[in-house]
Design a protein around this ligand. Structure first.
Ligand code: GCO
Length: 264
């Protein structure tokens, strides 16, 4: 079987929120599969520069652009800059996201709106401006990073669940509208991974840590590198007839109702 099915050589991938965590892990996977990486961050040039140095230390072809994915003016300016300085964007991974853990009855509207803006509106904004080139070239790959909260609710993450649930339907609608241009739009739904986002609920002895290990059939938190296979697949020729799907990389969480704590 042709190994070209998973070869990203000659392709350029923009990954938003790629200075750490899952975004960085997926970007490294795409880079190791041959893609030239464009990593985005919004918090600080120093953090972005440090991340770029990590990519380059791995021998990966990488460029870095600091812009706020929720600000359409900055997105337009930077997509134009990227296409001028690096080249066309063949693969877009909408990974940038935030979470605010607050009971809904206590949540400030401004905080709810901020989560929706980053986690749901920004994939729309960035995709809207990257897809123009993909439509012109009649080729492209867009991957929206969803969540367990795309399918399940959990106490205190209502805004995040609303955003990630909406992102599933946005993915399906992007797929519906852009498939005719040979653009495949899909999602990846990570389970519970060992990242800075989950650090507060992952400490040894934290009830949530024990709960997740018990609730995950694989019996462990995900390692960010566990996402690389799905990211490469959805970026490569191998997925050219896959559209509007969400691949859950969750150790089996969504496959099961769970088990009593006294069952092995
Ligand atoms: C939480 C976690 C989750 C995970 C991930 C699960 O507070 O429940 O942060 O949101 O980060 O999104 O798929």
């Amino acid at each position: 079987m042709s190994t070209k099915l998973f070869d990203l050589s000659g392709k350029t991938a923009l990954i938003t929120g790629a200075t750490h965590g899952l975004g960085m892990a997926m970007a490294i996977g795409l880079g190791k599969a041959g893609a030239t990486l464009i990593i985005n961050g919004a918090s600080s040039q120093k953090k972005l520069n440090n991340a770029l140095a990590e990519y380059k230390a791995l021998g990966l072809k990488a460029h870095a652009y600091l812009f706020d994915v929720t600000d359409e003016k900055q997105v337009i300016e930077n997509i134009a800059k990227i296409e001028k300085e690096v080249g066309q964007i063949d693969i877009l991974v909408n990974n940038a996201g935030i979470i605010k853990r607050t009971p809904l009855e206590d949540m400030e509207v401004v905080d709810f709106e901020q989560v929706i803006k980053v986690d749901l509106v920004s994939p729309f904004i960035v995709s809207k401006h990257v897809v123009k080139g993909m439509i012109a070239r009649k080729e492209g790959k867009i991957i929206n990073i969803c969540s367990m909260m795309t399918e399940l609710g959990r106490n205190t993450v209502g805004a995040y669940a609303a955003a990630k649930g909406g992102l599933k339907m946005l993915t399906k609608n992007m797929a519906t509208e852009w498939a005719k241009h040979n653009i495949q739009v899909n999602g990846i739904g990570p389970g519970y991974f060992a990242t800075s986002q989950t650090a507060p609920i992952r400490v040894d002895g934290h009830p949530f840590n024990d709960f997740i290990v018990g609730r995950t059939p694989a019996g462990r938190w995900g390692d960010p590198d566990d996402l690389q296979g799905a990211a490469i697949f959805l970026s490569a020729k191998a997925s050219n007839f896959v559209n509007g799907q969400i691949i859950y990389v969750d150790g089996g969480i969504l496959a099961t109702i769970g088990k009593p704590s006294n069952e092995s």
